[in-house]
Design a binder for this molecule. Structure first.
Ligand code: NDP
Length: 341
């Protein structure tokens, strides 16, 4: 059983040497009387929040995501196949997505919303790490529940070509909003405009003054900001928000590797413009997962929602695929294949 072990807590940018590849043996049958489920992991997901789990345990971030334990496989989301089950809801051959160790086989204990049985297999299985999994639910809950969007409103999405952002933009278009995204390369900006139907997009790495860039696309201001990056972008957005605008604070990836978070100078704007700024965790919305599937599956089947994945091949590719997120190497949802069946 190949495993990727978390070596020690990280400060600054994570390195591949923070994760060790090892091999152990595993019994491919559960002991008599076990209520666990033994799975073979097929697709493992690389997600930015994993960097927060790699940091020194901190009560503040632990309330959203728990820190990793050292010396054992890191935990992430994945799509898996049941090999043996002592749990009444799962039988051999069933597919599920949820929390598993970064290893070829895992013994999992099912807790509330830790895993979801996969019922629809007419779509790519890998989608359950992205569009039909945690990032999809994040885009859905963040946009519809937190942003309270209305037809005709102006929407800005940062890290817009990623796992979450590409969906937020498409949801905003379905709602009849005007939507602009930012991303870190020409290729990603082109994707936003041609594949995902954003009204416009820009490469933030080519902008010296984020506020001036935002004024170019939003001369009347921004009603909704879907925040994925934090730092200077958030500061520039605040001053460009409209009265009673809403900011869904989904993530702040530009800050995860910094020892001291960058200051936000325009915070008082929240008061003057009566902006609603709300942090949220997808974990609080999993009760809406079946409603989300009912909503999104028809759009996928009709080709009205599109999804781009960045799929690395092989178990060994996991660490570099994960680290690539923090350099913007991924184009679309990053995951890696452990086994195809
Ligand atoms: P992505 O697929 O968007 O991958 C991360 C992307 O972030 C990179 O490709 C890169 O794109 C961008 N990025 C990396 N470093 C920086 C930086 N310093 N400044 C600006 N952009 C940067 O990730 P996800 O869609 O999975 O996640 C997006 C955000 O949503 C993250 O902040 C994540 O933590 C958050 N999240 C929050 C959840 C919640 O429950 N609140 C759940 C899921 C995700 P580029 O080339 O454009 O720079």
């Amino acid at each position: 059983n190949k495993q990727i072990i978390f070596r020690d807590y990280v400060s600054g940018f994570p390195r591949e040497s923070d994760l060790n590849l090892t091999t152990t043996t595993i019994d491919l049958r559960l002991p008599e009387g076990s209520t666990s489920v033994l799975v073979k992991n097929l697709y493992l997901s690389c997600d930015p929040y994993m960097r927060i789990c790699m940091g020194k345990p901190d009560p503040l971030s632990s309330s959203l995501v728990p820190p990793y334990k050292t010396g054992v496989p890191i935990i992430g989301l994945g799509v898996s196949k049941v090999i043996d089950s002592g749990h009444p809801d799962y039988k051999k051959g069933d597919l599920l997505w949820g929390l598993v160790g970064w290893e070829e086989y895992s013994v999992i204990t099912l807790t509330h919303y830790s895993h979801f049985k996969i019922q629809h297999t007419d779509v790519p299985l890998s989608y359950y790490t992205g569009l039909l999994g945690m990032p999809g639910m994040t885009a859905y809950a963040g946009f519809y529940e937190i942003c309270s969007p209305k037809k005709g409103e102006t929407v800005f999405v940062s890290a817009a070509s990623g796992a979450v952002g590409q969906l937020v933009g498409q949801f905003a278009k379905l709602m009849g909003c005007y939507v602009v995204g930012s991303a870190g390369s020409k290729e990603k900006v082109d994707l936003l405009k041609t594949k995902f139907g954003f009204d416009d997009a820009f490469n933030y790495k080519e902008e010296k003054d984020f506020s001036a860039a935002l004024r170019r696309y939003f001369p009347e201001g921004i009603d909704i900001y879907f925040e994925n990056v934090g730092g200077k972008m958030l500061d520039a957005v605040l001053i460009n928000m409209r009265l009673h605008g809403r900011v869904a604070v989904c993530g702040m990836i530009s800050q995860y590797n910094l020892e001291d978070p960058e200051g936000v100078h325009n915070l008082p704007t929240i008061l003057y413009k009566r902006i609603q700024l709300q942090g949220f965790g997808v974990c609080d919305f999993y009760d809406k997962y079946s409603k989300f599937l009912d909503f999104v599956l028809p759009y996928i089947r009709e080709g009205k929602i599109r999804y781009v994945e960045d799929i690395a091949e092989g178990f060994e590719s996991g660490p570099s695929a994960l680290l690539g997120l923090f350099e913007g190497k991924n184009v679309g949802k990053q995951l890696f294949v452990v086994a195809r069946e």
